[in-house]
Design a binder for this molecule. Structure first.
Ligand SMILES: Nc1nc2c(ncn2[C@@H]2O[C@H](COP(=O)(O)OP(=O)(O)OP(=O)(O)O)[C@@H](O)[C@H]2O)c(=O)[nH]1
Ligand SMILES: [Mg+2]
Length: 528
């Protein structure tokens, strides 16, 4: 099973140096990072362990101003590598990162005491005790990237910790939280991230949320190797032709179309590590949003967000207000706009109290309130629709088929209409009359395709060629002039139009099944 290990720990405690000692890769690639000697953005490197385990390493910055970046990096990991400087011991971001790991539910990992070459044995023992107290149950390994001391032991400890991770295979629809975007010459835009569920393969159609853009995957890579399909848990790079690099950023989500709805509200069970104020910064996946906290009793809250997130039940979130103040587990990713404690308690018990559609035992379920909201939204769209075609496109969601019968609307083709709705000219009646006055034998252009279709349905014109029309009488006159074996020249003379126009008439008769082309001639089709 592919696993990702993320570093954690206070600034300058040696995370990046340790990752380089383990993997051979310096993940501080930005010029500012090299100049200032600190990590600013997330770094990535593959790590091969002696027992053959392959881990992806995410190296995070320790600076207190970049904790938000740390949360984005930690949100997709399975294991932690907490780094503590043996000379300094635990410092503020050691504690904060550790709290974040706990809030994200990341239980397994290893503590590395770094720079052991700089301290005496007694100091090392004191820090070891501190570490053991801080992270009970995790192995603590003293290391030095400078001398190489403890590195083999650390690799061994990481392999053992990896063996303990037991992540249930996450099937279902695909969801990838984007953490990095770049463009490659000849390939185009590439997005990377951890695939939280489902799988992604070449040629898949996905939705880029919360923007709501449909994209197609050209190719998929895992660890710089092309693969046909990437599976949940893997760090994945997908190339997305036709998407501009600036259209994508960290925090965006790639999902199976129709499977997740971006939401401005989350119902969560809170896990407070400090006083949670009424306004916080929400971190979910690689995304962030300002949130208002509407408490429901002691333990629950509805988070009302400044921008939508793509969440699922059971997801973990982190809440910060200057510093980390807590987190939560998502109970309902698309709740109604109210927060009453009883509802939260029922949700937590696992009762299915749904708002937006969810699949329960193979059947779609939704709340009446949600259905009313959807209906109101569709009514607004119907009011705004072209009177000539007063319908709206069926919502492109997996639940559409199940929900449609409950809407009281009429399905015609791929669109929904009010029952019995008929096309009406409305404000275009004058335009139609002006057009009709122009119609005759010679085809005239009609720019308004919807209008042309409507007038043809009413028997007021016949469309020929691309964006042209003739009068109904002209069409009938031409039809009466047809006989078996007629050529283009004879037809042109019979109708008294130009060669190009004659050609358009004949093509229309062919399309209508009146004639069939046989070499240079037309034969009449026998009607049954
Ligand atoms: N002597 C000694 N110095 C070390 C060791 N590991 C790291 N250092 C030094 O410690 C300083 C900080 O190391 P980094 O690896 O950049 O620390 P970091 O934790 O990645 O820092 P941020 O990413 O900014 O939080 C550098 O000057 C390293 O050379 C070690 O094992 N021994
Ligand atoms: Mg670093």
């Amino acid at each position: 099973m592919p696993l990702t290990v993320g570093t954690a720990g206070h600034i300058d405690h040696g995370k990046t140096t340790l990752v380089e000692a383990l993997t051979g890769k310096n993940t501080d690639r930005l010029p500012q990072e090299r100049e200032r000697g600190i990590s600013i953005d997330l770094g990535y490197a593959p790590l091969e362990l002696p027992d053959g385990t392959r881990l992806s390493v995410v190296d995070v910055p320790g600076h207190e101003r970049f904790v938000r970046t740390m949360v984005a990096g930690a949100s997709g990991i399975d294991l932690f590598l907490l780094v503590i400087d043996a000379g300094e011991g635990a410092r503020p971001q050691t504690h904060e990162h550790l709290a974040i790991l706990r809030l994200l539910g990341i239980e397994h990992g290893v503590v590395a005491l770094t720079k052991s070459d700089l301290v005496d044995d007694e100091t090392l023992e004191l820090v070891r005790l501190e570490a053991e107290e801080l992270v009970p149950g995790a192995p603590v390994v003293a290391t030095s990237a400078r001398t190489g001391a403890g590195l083999d032991e650390l690799r061994q400890a990481l392999a053992e910790a990896a063996a303990q991770v037991d992540r249930p295979p996450a099937g279902g629809p695909a969801r990838l939280h984007v953490d990095r975007v770049f463009s490659l010459r000849g390939i185009g835009t590439v997005a990377t991230g951890t695939l939280w569920s489902g799988s992604i393969g070449e040629g898949d159609e996905l939705r880029l949320e919360p923007r709501g853009q449909t994209v197609r995957v050209r190719s998929v890579q895992v660890h710089d190797e092309p693969v046909e399909r990437a599976e949940a848990g893997q760090r994945v790079a997908v190339s997305l032709p036709g998407v501009e690099r600036r259209e994508l950023r960290r925090g965006d989500v790639l999902v199976t179309p129709g499977a997740f709805m971006p939401s401005y509200r989350l119902d969560v069970a809170l896990d407070a590590t400090a006083e949670i104020p009424s306004r916080v910064q929400l971190h979910h996946g690689t995304a962030e949003a300002a949130a208002r906290v509407a408490r429901a009793g002691e333990r629950f809250a509805q988070l009302r967000l400044s921008r939508p997130v793509v969440a699922a039940r059971g997801d973990r979130v982190v809440l910060r207000a200057g510093t980390t103040v807590g987190g939560g587990v998502v109970l309902d990713p698309a709740p109604p706009r109210h927060a009453d404690e009883a509802r939260f308690e029922a949700l937590e018990r696992g009762d299915v109290l749904v708002h937006a559609p969810v699949r329960v035992d193979g059947h779609w379920r939704w709340s009446q309130e949600w259905l009313d909201e959807l209906r109101a939204e569709l009514e607004r769209a119907l009011d705004a629709a072209d009177p000539l075609d007063p319908g709206v496109t069926v919502p492109a969601a997996a639940w559409a088929k199940a929900v449609l019968p409950h809407l009281g609307l009429e399905l015609r083709g791929a669109k929904l209409y009010r029952p019995g709705a008929v096309p009406e000219l409305g404000a275009r009646a004058e335009e139609a009359a002006a057009l009709e006055a122009l119609l005759g034998l010679e085809p005239v252009p009609v720019d308004d395709a919807a209008l042309a279709r409507h007038l043809e349905e009413q028997g007021r014109l016949v469309r020929v060629g691309d964006g042209l029309a003739v009068s109904r009488e002209a069409y009938e006159r031409g039809r009466a002039a047809l006989f078996d074996g007629i050529t283009l020249a004879r037809f042109r003379d019979a109708l008294g139009v130009g060669r190009r126009a004659a050609q358009l008439y004949l093509e229309r008769y062919d399309a209508d099944g009146v004639t069939r082309r046989l070499g240079d001639e037309r034969v009449l089709r026998r009607r049954r």
